[in-house]
Design a protein around this ligand. Sequence first.
Ligand SMILES: Cc1ncc(C[n+]2csc(CCOP(=O)(O)OP(=O)(O)O)c2C)c(N)n1
Length: 363
Amino acid sequence: MTGDLHHLLPSEPVMLIDAHGRPADAAGYSLPADADLLRAFDALVTARRFNDQAYALVRQGRLAVYPSSHGQEACQVAAAQVLADGDWLFPTYRDTVAAMGRGVDPVEALTLLKGDWHCGYDPNEHRVAPHATPLATQLPHAVGVAHAARLRGEPTVAMAMCGDGGTSEGDFHEALNFAAVFRAPVVFFVQNNEYAISVPLARQSAAPSLAHKGIGYGMPGRRVDGNDMAALLAVLGDAVARARAGEGPQLVEAHTYRMQAHTNADDATRYRQDSDVAAWVERDPITRLEAHLRERGLLSDARREEFAARAERVAEHVRDGLNRDVEPDHRQLFAHVYATPTPQLAEQAALVADELDREGAQR
Ligand SMILES: Cc1ncc(C[n+]2csc(CCOP(=O)(O)OP(=O)(O)O)c2C)c(N)n1
């Protein structure tokens, strides 16, 4: 074992486009291709429209809850855009937009949050695991999938997402340790949005940064400006490429901010100031990338309108989908738990079926 920790130490957060949209230098990373930035901008515009639409649907009672990624959209879009078709994404409850980036229908992605069903989409179709509501439980799953793929000789990488609060969970530490020891092709992507509901980062961790948590496991940590789309594509893209090349896992911490309350069930004014939030409006990921693209002549008004029109069509699709009531078949409750149901589950399924039959007969 070598005493040289230099390659594991996170540097200052990588920034490639500054708050005014101007290019910035970052050692070891360069600006992504124009086409990649434009594609990301298109997705960003849709992401913001989707977030705001989902929030409105909560107020209209069509969604039970929505943990919005408003303000964190660059992290969401980049996490999906850097993956290949055969890779896997492991999202949390806040990562619906990242799931959409993999091709999951947004209406299906919201099924869980509407309260209709456990998942709502087929995880195998787009290689997106179900949204994980229990914190960090998806991380060991991501490591298992990535490790298994490597043993089979497949070039699969897993993008394992969690929040700053998630890094305090035991599962986070177990996942990092296993991944580092077995060099599993995983990128642990932490969106540090400064709060875990009402708990601020300073009460969450005493580490110099969350990326520093990788060092103890022998895993490189990287820090990136989480509102800079270009930097996210560069840093996450590099981490994915290294994982795929057999160089092992990385921990990437993106510094961003949760602009809205944790969910509609939370009152953020009880633990933070409006002025804190206002300071982050200045760093909005969309206006920043837009300023950059316009400055370089890559984005015309016509193109901008095209993107806005596409975002509007997605919002309309989401409204239509969530305004339709579906009658879930409660017998299906046990269907996707195990490939082969345990005797206990089979027994419970029979009990439920019996009860439903009796209820039906009484109607
Ligand atoms: C194992 C577990 N413990 C507690 C909770 C309750 N809980 C839900 S969200 C949350 C905060 C998570 O914060 P963070 O990981 O920073 O993610 P964010 O919500 O900010 O995206 C907590 C404690 C949970 N879902 N799972």
